[in-house]
Design a protein around this ligand. Structure first.
Ligand code: UDX
Length: 369
């Protein structure tokens, strides 16, 4: 049905349009504004009360703007409320996250709107947090930025570990046993990518700056993340003419999404320095190909064939296929038995046993036997 027809029939209208970043890190709200106008033009007083729910990740106070826009473009006497209901789905486990969320956040400024959305979520058994609209909007940016902060924090700790011989896995376990901290999202690695964390941290930095209260802590979170793969590369020696195999292109496991993938940034860096790069991924070959093929990266389906004759193997995504790799088989195809594991998914003891030189993030290296 058309937007107008579905609005006429529905008591609740969800807005779930993209809110991509502008080049300065601010959020592009043109899609939200456009859909608000479309809703406004379809609303009629005889349709009765409507609840318009924003699911897209938007800067705090966007609900107020959407409400004003609808009032400007709708005829008189339409009845509606705006609700903010942020989305916390992760890619790769979105259905499970939908059915078993940690929490449902409903931000509404009227009891009537809150009641309607309570009914929508009644079948889902999850804790519900009821807030005002502004708080709900802020929760999304604050939550994702905090998770990004945990990752950058452990990556900064990993650098200290590398300098001192401490093991970041043990440090993460030790600090994570404190329930106030928790072990989740303390995996050191190449840093966070994807369509959410990089954009949401940027957006929150921008929102705070616009409010006149620069959130410099988050600027550092972003800086640590932006430089993490460069620091990783700097642990390798001369790259020119080296044959390097890269396992993993997606921004994380269980997805074919390569948006803001650190693996691709690393490939770009390796190619830029004249390395001969071969890469593979269980799901993301087709999404990575348009970006990597023009750079000269050769894509190879089979992970062992990808590593054939390689002088170094780099692991860039935390796929279980790579964690469970057949190390004997790998040793048989590589030219040099050297692995740089950017996701800490292999066990140093196993690599030592097979005679690999092994470097990971914030853990003691295994030198060649
Ligand atoms: C994230 C949030 O988790 C989710 O709640 C929100 O709705 C959308 O953004 P998603 O982008 O799908 O979800 O991926 P996530 O699983 O959170 O991973 C993001 C990135 O962080 C990946 O690149 C991953 O490799 C990295 N990561 C994650 C780490 O480097 N270390 C960790 O400990 C966890």
């Amino acid at each position: 049905p058309s937007i107008a027809a579905s609005i006429a029939e529905s008591e609740v209208i969800f807005i779930a349009v993209p809110t991509p970043p502008n080049t300065d890190g601010s959020v592009d709200l043109t899609y939200i504004e456009k859909v608000a106008r479309e809703i406004a033009q379809a609303l009629q007083p005889e349709m009765g009360y409507k609840v318009i729910v924003d699911k897209s990740t938007v800067p705090v106070k966007t609900g107020e703007k959407v409400s004003q826009t609808i009032k400007h473009y709708a005829g008189p006497n339409v009845q509606f409320d705006i609700v903010s209901n942020p989305e916390f789905l992760r890619e790769g486990c979105a259905v499970d996250d939908l059915l078993h969320p940690d929490r449902i956040v409903i931000g509404a400024n009227s009891e009537q709107a809150m009641n309607v959305i309570r009914r929508v979520y009644q079948p889902i058994h999850a804790p519900i947090l009821e807030t005002d609209v502004n708080s709900a909007e802020l929760i999304k940016h604050a939550a994702n930025s905090f998770l990004a902060l945990k990752i950058s924090y452990i990556n900064a700790v990993a650098k200290v570990c590398e300098k001192t011989g401490a093991d970041v896995e043990l440090v993460a376990e030790g600090i994570g046993m404190d329930k106030r901290i928790s072990r989740h999202f303390l995996n050191a690695g190449l840093g966070y990518g994807g369509s959410c964390f990089p954009k949401d941290v940027k957006a929150f930095i921008n929102i705070s700056r616009t409010l006149g209260i620069p959130f410099t802590l988050l600027e550092e979170v972003e800086h640590i993340n932006d430089t993490q793969h460069i620091h990783f590369r700097d642990r390798l020696w001369v790259l020119k003419d080296k044959k390097i195999a890269v396992w993993g292109l997606a921004f994380k496991q269980n997805t074919d999404d390569v948006r803001e993938s650190i693996a691709l940034k690393l490939c770009e860096k390796l190619c830029g320095e004249g390395a001969i790069v071969t890469a593979t991924d269980p799901k993301a070959m087709h999404t990575a190909a348009p970006i990597l093929t023009p750079m000269g990266v050769k894509l190879v389906e089979d992970m062992y064939e990808c590593a054939r004759d390689a002088e170094v193997l780099v692991i860039a995504t935390e796929w279980s296929e790579y964690a469970n790799a057949d190390l004997q088989k790998l040793a048989g195809v590589m030219r040099n038995r050297i692995i740089f594991d950017g996701r800490n998914i292999l066990s140093p003891a196993n690599l030592r046993a097979v005679g690999f030189e092994y470097h990971s993030v914030g853990r003691p290296s295994v030198e060649e036997a």
